[in-house]
Design a protein around this ligand. Structure first.
Ligand SMILES: *[C@@H]1O[C@H](CO)[C@@H](O)[C@H](O)[C@H]1NC(C)=O
Ligand SMILES: *[C@@H]1O[C@H](CO)[C@@H](O)[C@H](O)[C@H]1NC(C)=O
Ligand SMILES: *[C@@H]1O[C@H](CO)[C@@H](O)[C@H](O)[C@H]1NC(C)=O
Length: 211
């Protein structure tokens, strides 16, 4: 009981923040808009760009590192023969952050290559070695994903994951159904009335469902 009240409070605060951020975004967009179609295209392009990025956490950083050598080593670890043929660019997060080693952002050739890297990673069980590869997510989806993780834990469900910036969870190993969380408001509704709010995902493509 205590836990769910706490989560709800966190969720409410966060959902307010997100609504505010969305309003600001909308205003910015309004100023630059020519036509609604252009706008949709721009948004799609931006999302597509991000959708072929992965972020690598926990890969050791050497002095005078040549980043492409590092990325090649990561690819080999995943069992990819010529990883650099699929990589556009890569860099360490340049902000001195409290994460050591600094995360590496890798921009891959396209979304299907990204899918391949994520699937290979999830199959490899490399997270046991404290090295993580994730999709590059927007701040809002990151938040949704982490709050969903808190909620899923509180329900004792088996796991949650993201695929192409969508958030999913599974309740138990015996239940093959895949559930989707749409946004913060939806998560709040799930938390207060799960049976009425849950959404079974039936789209064909979200293969990376193991973690
Ligand atoms: C949009 O344009 C208006 C008028 O030019 C300006 O006052 C406002 O600050 C702009 N908003 C953003 C988010 O840039
Ligand atoms: C994605 O990139 C890879 C590697 O460059 C290429 O082989 C593949 O055809 C591309 N797929 C799509 C859908 O563009
Ligand atoms: C989750 O599991 C723990 C430990 O087995 C148990 O104490 C708790 O009541 C469970 N919570 C729910 C919501 O089932």
């Amino acid at each position: 009981m205590c836990i769910s009240v706490f989560i709800l409070a966190v969720l409410l605060v966060n959902s307010i923040c997100i609504v505010k951020a969305q309003e600001e975004d909308n205003e910015k967009v309004k100023n630059e808009t020519i036509t609604p179609e252009n706008l949709e295209k721009l948004k799609l392009l931006e999302r597509r760009k991000k959708m072929s990025n992965v972020i690598v956490y926990g890969w050791p950083e050497r002095e005078n590192e040549i980043i492409m050598d590092t990325v090649e080593a990561i690819g080999h670890k995943l069992g990819i023969l010529k990883p650099l043929s699929m990589v556009r660019t890569a860099f360490r997060a340049n902000k001195p952050s409290n994460r050591i080693p600094r995360p590496i952002l890798i921009r891959l050739a396209n979304n299907s290559v990204k899918g391949k890297w994520i699937i290979l990673y999830r199959k490899s069980k490399l997270w046991k070695k404290q090295f993580y590869i994730e999709e590059h997510l927007s701040k809002a989806i990151q938040l949704l994903s982490s709050q969903t993780r808190v909620w899923v834990k509180s329900k004792n469900y088996t796991h949650t994951w993201t695929w192409n910036s969508r958030v999913f969870y599974r309740k138990s190993e015996d239940d093959s159904k895949r559930y989707r969380v749409l946004n913060m408001r939806h998560l709040v509704r799930l938390n207060s009335n799960e049976k009425l709010s849950e959404i079974v995902d039936i789209s064909p493509s979200s293969p990376a469902n193991k973690r």
